[in-house]
Write a protein of this length. Structure first.
Ligand code: ATP
Length: 270
């Protein structure tokens, strides 16, 4: 795919300062700070209800934070929302698609909404074909979206999020619904993007994926970050620093549950 253009290479890909989001009395996110560097795949983990989706929706400007500042590629989401959003590709966990459009029509429609290649219709068509090919949807491009399987819809949404070649991809649960081939395709895409200077922020419950892909990981629990770092740093934080073989799953359980619970989980697994 084409080379990635980074607007403010000296700025971190993502910076979050003192982010809070309350839904009336529910304090879903209670003041978190985060920094994602360029060329990094950053994993955002946490138990159900911890505040992952809420955080992600504020990062992409879909939810207004209660407090705090968000900078995307050096642009303030508050002061410079159009620039900030223009360099991000967002892949939600439950994508919305227009079922009565074909795949190609959907991509043209999204490009029109975001004014991508507005004055370059030929470049747009090339980009659409490039993405359909990459996501192995080429032969389905003229079929109605309603005929697509769940995994194909996921791949179409990913294509739409990449139309404008974003510097930062923010993705909520990327692997859900993808078959092993689709999952491999996506992992390769993420790796290729970061090699080119792009950055990925992803939430996931699939710890094996986080372990394989992420350079650094943050764990959120009850709206607060309880740990952040490389897998080895998280091992140390969990008191498992001398166990190089400790998998992320064990580290995650240790950090997010009490000892008693881990014993119960171990006993169930035999
Ligand atoms: P999961 O892993 O289950 O998807 P999550 O980490 O993404 O969870 P969130 O969906 O961000 O967690 O939810 C965080 C908290 O905020 C939960 O207590 C949830 O019930 C609450 N919450 C989320 N959305 C809303 C909403 N629109 N109105 C009120 N409360 C909400």
């Amino acid at each position: 795919m084409s080379a990635l253009v980074i607007r403010n290479p000296e700025a971190p890909a993502l910076e979050v300062r003192g982010l809070k989001k309350h839904y009336s009395a529910i304090e879903a996110v209670r003041g978190i700070d985060l920094k994602v560097e360029r060329g990094e795949i950053f994993g955002f983990l946490g138990p159900n209800g911890a505040g992952k989706t809420t955080t992600i929706r504020t990062l992409v400007g879909l939810l207004q934070p209660t407090a705090g500042d968000i900078f995307l590629g050096g642009f303030s989401l508050k002061d410079d929302p159009v620039e900030a959003k223009s360099i991000v590709g967002f892949i939600p966990d439950r994508p919305f698609l227009y079922e009565k459009l074909t795949g190609r029509e959907f991509l043209r429609f999204i490009a029109g909404l975001y004014r991508v290649y507005d004055d370059e219709p030929e470049t747009l068509e090339e980009r659409i074909e490039e993405l359909l090919r990459f996501f192995q949807l080429e032969e389905w491009g003229d079929e109605l979206v309603e005929a697509y399987s769940h995994g194909m819809k996921q791949r179409l949404v990913m294509s739409s999020a990449l139309l404008h070649d974003p510097e930062i991809i923010i993705v909520d649960e990327p692997m859900v619904g993808l078959d092993p081939r689709g999952a491999r395709l996506l992992k390769n895409l993420f790796k290729e993007r970061v090699r080119g200077g792009g950055s990925i922020f992803m939430s996931t419950h699939t710890l094996a994926v986080a372990e394989e892909l992420c350079d650094r990981i943050a764990i959120i629990q009850e709206g607060e970050l309880i740990a952040e770092g490389t897998l080895q740093e998280l091992r140390i934080r969990a008191g498992m620093g001398d166990d190089e073989a400790a998998r992320l799953e064990a580290v995650f359980l240790k950090l997010t549950t009490d000892e008693e619970m881990i014993d119960v989980v171990d006993a169930i697994r035999g």
